[in-house]
Design a protein around this ligand. Structure first.
Ligand code: EPU
Length: 464
């Protein structure tokens, strides 16, 4: 059961009276900084991955019967996707205490995406593939750009055309039809795209004949979706590689539940926090294999890590004298993730070194550095995709306005190491991707309080 009030506080309850999940759009965090002292310690458990569960939720449309997902994080984006699926008719049932989600994709009758919610959730685009494949038509609004960049959808439109769909765009809405159903096709993605790969992988499962997807994204979330579909009878080869071959067939029968993989971006952010604030912080319930590029980068910077099978312990940082000029370039997986770029920049402000950071995936993902500068960081913005960071600079308390999920978490990290009491606004963004982050921060010693922002400006939840 899903309820929504005018403030976008959403409640999903297992049954009337059960625990509900509800966050406000105008919450803010008050954080008392540690003034660079290494005082945090303890364990941080990592929750299920946002970017893994969202496509799996969409994949429910490919099934004859309800699917069950476990280890589902209690985050806003799961609620948004549940709302969309609920409006389509899939009656999602979420038990937050058990972190279990059941979705009846088989009950969907009408493949039309709600404009308001779809526009606020960029990932809504992944519903287009399975809906079009199953219903031979789909209609969705242009998901738009957002604070991190333009976010085009050309790969989606071109790919659907190759699979035989007719595309009409009218009043910022797309109407796709394929009266005879989608046909298998060869699709080469000119850029690697996570959500485009997921969308066409799902569409191909119900298309006629064979689909070959080339230059696909290699992110663990893509592989996890492919493995889930394959375990439930989809015929997919090449999983984990750059070419996927899918032989289309009928609707899938659920055979195995989905267990959401650990969120590598959340784990990575806590490792960076540990590098800055702790000599003994253990990140648990994670998959270190998904974090190789960060582990390599942190080790080069002198961060002492003890890497286990499902956990990583941060044991402090060596003072390395000759770090030279540090170069960080974001890259598709397995390269350095764009989603960890902002937390890493906070770390770079605390090293005695010069670092050049090149954001290659999204052209608008360095705007948050202005706020770090206002805290005292020495950052020169060369252009919209490159900055020079000179450390080490003490950070001062400030009131910050997180522009997106990942920069929002970077601001929390910056506020924790700063001197004084900082405020991080737009907590809504952080809630979209991180489950009750303040509880886990408090448990390792952070002085953090959530409160309603006094005199909030009119706030329009953004798109992602
Ligand atoms: N691109 C195109 N045309 C398209 C689609 C993408 O040119 O039709 C370009 C993008 O502009 C970008 C590049 O392809 O330059 C890669 O973007 P991608 O499509 O992979 O991004 P996405 O699928 O929209 C996912 C994650 C993002 C994450 C990126 C990169 C989900 C729901 N979102 O986005 O996560 O940053 O991959 O890894 O999986 C977040 O969680 O905060 C977030 C933004």
């Amino acid at each position: 059961m899903i309820k929504k009030d005018k403030d976008y506080r959403v409640k999903i309850t297992e049954s009337p009276g059960a625990t509900s999940v509800s966050y406000g759009t105008n919450d803010q965090f008050l954080i008392r900084g540690l003034a660079s002292k290494r005082l945090l310690k303890g364990k941080v458990p990592i929750r299920g991955s946002k970017n893994a569960i969202l496509p799996v939720m969409a994949s429910s449309i490919l099934f004859k019967k309800a699917i069950t997902a476990r280890n589902v994080p209690r985050i806003e984006d799961v609620l948004r996707m549940s709302e969309l699926l609920n409006l389509l008719g899939a009656s999602p049932l979420y038990a937050p205490e058990k972190r279990t989600l059941i979705i009846h994709g088989e009950k969907i009758k009408n493949p039309t995406l709600d404009t308001e919610i779809a526009k606020r959730l960029r990932a809504s685009i992944i519903l287009s593939g399975p809906l079009l494949a199953r219903f031979k038509k789909v209609s969705f609004p242009y998901p738009g750009g957002c604070v991190i960049g333009k976010r085009p959808i050309d790969l989606f439109i071109e790919g659907f055309k190759k699979m035989g769909a007719r595309v009409i765009e009218k009043d910022e809405r797309f109407f796709l039809t394929a009266p005879k159903g989608l046909s298998g096709a060869k699709i080469f993605f000119k850029v690697q795209s996570v959500t485009a790969t997921e969308t066409f992988l799902m569409a191909a499962v119900l298309a006629k004949g064979k689909t070959v997807l080339k230059n696909v994204a290699l992110e663990p979330e893509v592989t996890s979706l492919a493995e889930f579909l394959s375990a439930n009878g989809a015929i997919i080869s090449g999983i984990g590689g750059t070419t996927l071959e899918i032989t289309g067939g009928g609707l899938l029968t659920p055979l195995v539940d989905y267990k959401t993989i650990p969120d590598r971006l959340e784990a990575g952010s806590f490792l960076i926090l540990g590098a800055l604030t702790s000599n003994n912080l253990e990140v648990t319930d994670c998959n270190p294999e998904h974090l190789e590029s960060l582990i390599e980068t942190l080790s080069e910077l002198g961060v002492k890590l003890n890497v286990g099978k499902n956990n990583i312990r941060v044991l402090g940082i060596e003072k390395k004298k000759n770090l030279g000029q540090i170069q960080v370039k974001t890259h598709e997986y397995p390269g350095f993730p764009t989603d960890l770029q902002a937390p890493l920049v906070v770390l770079l402000t605390q090293l005695e070194a010069e670092s050049v950071v090149f954001e290659t995936i999204f052209e608008g993902r360095l705007s948050y550095t202005e706020d770090l500068k206002s805290m005292g960081a020495n950052i020169t913005i060369w252009d919209s995709q490159r900055v020079l960071v000179k450390g080490k600079t003490a950070l001062k308390d400030r009131e910050l306005h997180g522009p997106d999920i990942r920069a929002g978490l970077a601001f929390i990290i910056a506020a924790i190491i700063a001197k004084g009491d900082s405020i991080v606004n737009n907590v809504y963004y952080i809630d979209r991707g991180y489950e009750q982050i303040e509880d886990r921060l408090k448990a390792i010693g952070v002085d953090i309080t959530r409160r309603l922002r006094p005199n909030p400006e009119v706030f329009a939840p953004g798109k992602k």
